[in-house]
Design a protein around this ligand. Structure first.
Ligand code: CA
Ligand code: CA
Ligand code: CA
Length: 667
């Protein structure tokens, strides 16, 4: 089977244990003497609202919310935790290793260029002819642009050590291994940033040979590398809250009565095919949810087109999935209801925490970060539309920086920078300790969120309940995970002698649902319930649910998991764009190439909502068909820029669960 290529999550517009000398206030006193000097020592710092949100507009029309930042000031200024002892690998499109504001943090000779025939295999600097920006260069700047050097802005970890890998230009399994903890290449990275992914329109099986191979590798690396402390694999959730692409034109739809021109040759043989009766086949480039096209709905009233775990790596225990936040509540039109999610951010129960990714930098602030140097290349160049980027701005005359980077591609490196600060504060922490600290110190935001309810045609169904408080006392939200990252609180906990590291991880097998349970999924709000008994008494870190389901319209389905303590997690929100089964059957060759399918076959979802609860007891899985009426979504064609409404009728027969199981990761 061909691997599905991962793409950069593009700019949406176009990204105990010991504390030591680290608490010494004299540390780095040569870099800045006080908070004023701290602010002034990088000329673009005052624009970087994700580090210190003063309500600046960062060259956009609107301002952000004062204090809506990841709170780096205390960690940087008071504790002088700046990331210097930590290696971070940026696995991406490239990295301009000689950039004026990156070069001092780049580890010499440790980067890789995977393009065959590259002049210098240790230099992944993109060609200067790059028409767009270099995604990886901008990602790297958010992690560790050099601080306090009088140039540009700075990263979240302004002295952390960078290694760059243009894996996205190659995507072989060998280079994946090297860049994901491989010996002699990235094995000593504490953090590996992955600002890429894909957005499937069908349920992807978790147990493909490729994915199981990757999982086995990550399990090994997270247990063994860095003297058993592992590596944090930080992953972008996705940019598909409202729309996603139609990969390889897999989704086609027949429009009746609109055919023009001659009929296909094969109509002589199959005259009853609708395409031979005056119909045409329609293949959109992009799929939009109906909520996204409904002007009466705000984002806070809308369900996501993509659930994060729809991509198998976002359903993996070994990846830490990050959703994206805007600069302010009003950053998305129609908001102001306490919602801080970026307009594009994919969400779901597999999100760990949220960090800033901004909006587009025109109406509302985007991220300010490094760009390919010069006004002839990059996001910032002579022809750029944003005023900060076109070479005329006095602080960016050389076009070495951009004010329009965004995406969960930005949220992940912001989180990676915080992980670097945590490991710099306490190098003895494991990757799971660091995650634990981020969860424990995150800030609950968007507290006014109101549950999102859908009409099943047979009664209302709560499709996105919003914040929950689990039996271990953790707040969790499918949009924000445990909340917005607080870097200073995380560093303080990492330095605290009271912090107790987690014991070694334990993993159960996949435990099947009890035999003999009902499997047919009725229409309406009640669903079908199956019980899964877990005998191991672990403190839960994450739960995976594995499902095989036959159903005529996958997008109708909601999947909830209820723990023995009574916590309910919505692991698959309904009205997802799992729409492949509503179009024409996919050609066999394409099906084999992409691994597409129109049912759930060992599809895995992951939930972090049960963190800290006891695993022992009876878990309840509920699968609900939440739509007994028509389902509408929209196709968009790039060439014509036209939207086409697509309406499908209800599944003609009830669906059924053919297999269900769950697996606990914990200690
Ligand atoms: Ca700088
Ligand atoms: Ca440039
Ligand atoms: Ca249905």
């Amino acid at each position: 089977m061909t691997r599905i290529n991962k793409t950069i999550l593009p700019l949406v517009s176009a990204c105990l244990v010991g504390f030591s000398a680290h608490s010494d206030a004299q540390r780095y006193s040569d870099l800045f003497v006080d908070e004023q000097a701290y602010r002034d020592s990088d000329p673009l710092f005052f624009m970087q609202w994700h580090l210190q949100n003063t309500g600046q507009a960062a060259e956009a029309k609107n301002t952000g919310d004062v204090g809506n930042d990841i709170n780096t000031t205390q960690a940087h200024v008071k504790r002088r935790i700046l990331g210097e002892s930590v290696n971070v690998a940026v696995v991406d499109s490239g990295l301009a290793i000689a950039h004026e504001d990156l070069i001092d943090n780049v580890l010499p000779g440790r980067s890789r260029n995977y393009i065959v025939g590259a002049a210098d295999p240790t230099d992944p600097t993109p060609p200067r002819t790059e028409s767009g920006g270099d995604h990886g260069t901008s990602v790297a700047g958010l992690i560790a642009a050099r601080g306090f050097n009088g140039l540009g802005g700075r990263g979240v970890a302004p002295l952390a050590r960078l290694m760059g890998f243009n894996w996205l230009e190659n995507q072989s399994y060998e280079s994946w291994l090297e860049t994901h903890g491989g010996v002699g290449v990235t094995d000593d990275a504490r953090i590996i940033n992955q600002s890429y992914g894909f957005s499937p329109i069908w349920p992807v099986p978790f147990d493909s040979a490729d994915n199981l191979q990757e999982e086995a590798h990550l399990a090994n690396v997270t247990r063994r590398n860095n003297n058993g402390r592992g590596i944090v694999f930080v992953k972008s959730a996705g940019n598909s809250f409202s729309r996603l692409s139609n990969p390889a034109s897999a989704f086609t739809f027949v429009r009746e009565g609109t055919a023009t021109g001659p009929l296909p040759w094969w109509c002589d043989f199959i005259p009853n095919d609708p395409r031979c009766q005056g119909s045409t086949t329609y293949t959109p480039d992009i799929i939009f949810s109906a909520d996204a096209r409904d002007a009466t709905k705000t984002q806070a009233q809308s369900l996501p087109a993509q659930v994060a775990a729809s991509e198998p790596s976002n359903a993996s225990f070994y990846h830490t999935t990050i959703s994206a936040l805007s600069a302010g509540e009003n950053s998305v039109e129609g908001q102001g209801d306490g919602d801080l999610l970026s307009s594009y951010s994919t969400v779901g129960a597999s999100v760990w925490v949220s960090a800033h990714g901004g909006e587009y930098g025109e109406d509302n602030p985007a991220m300010v970060t490094t760009d390919i140097e010069g006004c002839n290349a990059g996001y910032a160049k002579t022809a750029a539309t944003a005023a900060f980027n076109d070479g005329t701005h006095p602080l960016n005359t050389d076009c070495n920086y951009t004010s329009t980077f965004n995406g969960t591609s930005s949220a992940a490196p912001v989180a990676s920078g915080v992980f670097a600060l945590v490991f710099d504060a306490n190098p003895n922490l494991s990757w799971r300790d660091a995650k634990d600290i981020l969860a424990k110190t995150a800030t609950k935001i968007g507290s006014n969120f109101k549950p999102i309810i859908v009409d099943t045609g047979l009664g209302d169904f709560v499709a996105e309940p919003g914040w929950l408080r689990n039996a271990a006392g953790y707040n969790f939200h499918n949009w924000y995970g445990f909340g917005r990252i607080d870097a200073s609180a995380a560093v303080a906990m990492a330095l605290s002698p009271n912090y107790r590291p987690l014991p070694a991880v334990q993993v159960t097998d996949f435990i099947p649902a009890q035999a003999g349970a009902a499997s047919q999924i009725p229409e309406g709000p009640n669903g079908v319930v199956q019980a899964i008994v877990v005998r191991d008494a672990l403190t839960v870190e994450a739960v995976q649910v594995k499902l095989s389901i036959r159903h005529g319209r996958d997008a109708d389905l909601a999947v909830e998991l209820v723990s023995p303590s009574g916590t309910t997690s919505m692991v698959l929100t309904p009205r997802s764009m799992y729409i492949l089964d509503q179009g024409e059957p996919v050609e066999r060759e394409l099906q084999e190439a992409l691994g597409t399918q129109t049912d759930f076959n060992d599809t895995v979802f992951l939930s972090n909502a049960f963190y800290g609860e006891n695993s022992r007891g009876t878990w309840t899985l509920r699968v609900t068909d939440t739509n007994s009426g028509e389902f509408t979504f929209f196709g968009f064609e790039r060439e014509t820029r036209e939207f086409t409404e697509i309406t499908t009728s209800n599944n003609s027969r009830l669906g059924s669960i053919t297999a269900a199981s769950l697996r606990i990761y914990g200690h």
